[in-house]
Design a protein around this ligand. Structure first.
Ligand code: HEM
Length: 133
């Protein structure tokens, strides 16, 4: 039986493994490696902060993740297939490494945040479309 996610180190392992899958992925990898040339040393601790707030109830993340993706969506429109791929990689990474209540919470929250992002991004695309015409 696998252990549950229980501390920041666990989240670091999760996020590193997740990006190991994201980078070579044909649907979303290029967004991280070519569209935004990610500074991974800066980015990973920020993402770990984000998840530490959600999973361990420690509010160390003080930024606005939705804003970051609005900005990204202006550079490269984010569609359902991108979010589906992101989620599928996230779920499989969680399942490979952990199991339990917090691992399930990670998946539930990822799914609801991705759904919210997709909803908001699509709204913005429609507005842009109307402005263009
Ligand atoms: C289509 C799916 C997604 C793509 C392609 C994507 C891509 C990215 C990229 C390229 C960045 C870095 C942006 C920058 O530093 O300029 C980023 C940041 C981030 N992403 Fe995503 N993302 C996706 C979905 C999600 C989801 C579903 C979540 C949360 C459950 C999430 C959480 C975050 C967080 C917390 C950051 C850091 C924001 C900050 O700098 O404060 N992303 N994402």
């Amino acid at each position: 039986m696998k252990a549950d996610i229980s501390n920041r180190k666990d989240i670091e392992i999760l996020i590193h493994s997740f990006y190991d899958k994201v980078k070579p992925n044909p649907v979303i990898g290029f967004i991280f490696t070519e569209v935004v040339k990610m500074d991974w040393e800066h980015h990973i601790p920020v993402i770990v902060d984000f998840w530490e707030g959600i999973l361990l109830d420690n509010p160390v993340y003080q930024r606005n993740a939705m804003e970051v993706h609005y900005h990204l969506n202006n550079i490269i429109p984010l569609h359902k297939e991108h979010f589906d791929t992101w989620l599928s990689l996230f779920f499989s990474t969680v399942d490979e490494l952990f199991e339990g209540k917090i691992a399930n919470l990670a998946k539930t929250r990822a799914k609801s945040i991705a759904g919210l992002m997709l909803f908001k991004m699509n709204g913005i695309n429609q507005i842009n479309l109307r402005d263009d015409t």
